[in-house]
Design a protein around this ligand. Structure first.
Ligand code: G3P
Length: 216
């Protein structure tokens, strides 16, 4: 399972990229708006930080508008993947872009049948929102498992990108479910790497080494 960071903040993307674990980036309009910067400038900086796909979302709600918005985003870098909402217009835009060979990420997926439509529209990625399903007192991981099972059974080419992951357990569960990609906020990367036994063990090793006299 590849790990993407879900962020539009250049500093935190740079920090996690330096760990050598990042395969890509997802952004969304809320994350981008939080930065208060020109989106294409920010997108270019983000693309310079990672080797893989960088999702940039359109905000138009009609197909023609989505396709028009995609053009300047695609001009930024060949890493740009166009993120489209899971609506009839979004699916139509996905089909047009996919037929042109443009990579797409169909987002705001909340059901297995929506995921089937994204695959049928030729999406490169589909993004089920695990945490937001949990927020409605339903089981986001169960939805992810269902989508992964359907995709595996049918042999769909679309990759399952587990999104809206809120904590490390979600990441482990997404991996077990068979997600191709998990996108997570910087905070979850930090939660994943820390373990008190790692800290304590390292402290002990360093203390023992400091007392070592090379056998003399
Ligand atoms: O980028 C989409 C998704 O990951 C958003 O997560 O936590 O706002 O539901 P969240």
């Amino acid at each position: 399972m590849q790990l993407f960071i879900d962020s539009a903040n250049v500093d935190e993307i740079r920090e996690i990229a330096a760990w050598g674990v990042l395969a890509g980036v997802t952004t969304n309009p809320s994350l981008a708006a939080k930065e208060g910067r020109d989106f294409t400038v920010m997108l270019a900086e983000i693309c310079d930080l990672v080797a893989g796909d960088v999702s940039a979302e359109v905000v138009a709600t009609d197909t023609a508008g989505m396709l028009a918005e995609a053009e300047p985003l695609l001009a930024v870098s060949d890493k740009v993947t166009i993120k489209l909402p899971l609506t009839p217009d979004g699916l139509a835009a996905c089909r047009t872009l996919s037929d042109r060979g443009v990579r797409t990420n169909v987002t705001l997926c909340f059901s297995a049948t929506q995921a089937i439509l994204a695959a049928a529209a030729g999406a490169t990625y589909v993004s089920p929102f695990v945490g937001r399903v949990d927020d409605t007192a339903n089981d986001g991981i169960a939805l992810l498992e269902e989508i992964c099972a359907i995709y595996a059974t049918r042999g769909y080419g679309t990759k399952v990108l587990a999104a809206s992951l809120r904590h490390p357990q979600h990441v482990a569960q997404a991996a077990l479910a068979g997600a191709d990609v998990a996108t997570l906020p910087a905070k979850v990367f930090h939660q994943m790497v820390r373990h008190p036994l790692t800290d304590r063990g390292l402290e002990q090793f360093l203390a023992d080494w400091a007392g070592y006299r090379g056998g003399a």
